[in-house]
Write a protein that binds this ligand. Structure first.
Ligand SMILES: CC(C)(COP(=O)(O)OP(=O)(O)OC[C@H]1O[C@@H](n2cnc3c(N)ncnc32)[C@H](O)[C@@H]1OP(=O)(O)O)[C@@H](O)C(=O)NCCC(=O)NCCS
Length: 160
């Protein structure tokens, strides 16, 4: 999976107002850390949960969450595995295709722009077409496996 480059000075407008009255996006708060990290681990595994933990280690946090009628339905992290990196991100399977992933992406990238970055990198981009269409991201040649080379696989508990 390649990394992708995004021009933050050419970011689309926020999509949040298109999501409808029951869906909101905001930065997560430190008291939500364990709830959010558990939700991510159940759906997306230990690696992304670890990255989300790291995203909670600053104030403000570096993780945006999407809520539907007060329930957590998606998340997006930035500045976690490397400075200037966006990701990981995920939306609950039942809530995909409603614009939440794109809205989370743009809110998170806008936060990076506000922090002073001119460009962001989508780290290890899976759905490259999604990023290309949503924010004009372009693949970085030679970036697979990039900084993830030799990364440990999550270890299963050995039991007692
Ligand atoms: C990728 C993901 C976050 C997108 O979230 P989503 O809420 O379903 O996306 P949206 O509804 O905002 O989609 C916006 C547009 O992108 C398209 N799109 C969504 N997922 C796509 C994908 N995987 N590949 C290509 N296009 C995609 C949608 O069809 C939509 O197009 P439209 O405007 O023409 O309808 C979600 O599918 C997900 O959680 N996937 C599993 C985790 C993952 O792969 N994360 C990315 C890691 S780098």
């Amino acid at each position: 999976m390649p990394d992708m480059l995004v021009r933050l000075y050419d970011l689309p407008e926020s999509r949040v107002s298109r999501l409808g009255p029951d869906i909101g996006i905001r930065r997560a708060l430190a008291p939500e850390r364990r709830t959010v990290v558990s939700w991510i681990e159940e759906r997306f595994g230990a690696g992304w949960a670890g990255e989300a933990e790291a995203a909670f280690s600053s104030t403000p946090t570096r993780i945006h969450i999407a809520l539907f009628a007060g329930r957590l339905v998606g998340f997006a992290c930035h500045d976690v595995t490397a400075l200037g990196f966006f990701g990981p991100t995920g939306v609950d399977e039942a809530m995909r295709g409603k614009g939440i992933g794109e809205a989370l992406l743009i809110e998170s990238l806008a936060a990076m722009r506000a922090a002073g970055y001119a460009y962001a990198i989508i780290g290890g981009a899976g759905p490259t077409q999604f990023y290309a269409r949503a924010v004009g991201a372009v693949e970085i040649p030679g970036s697979t496996p990039g900084i993830y080379a030799g990364m440990l696989s999550p270890v299963e508990p050995s039991g007692t």
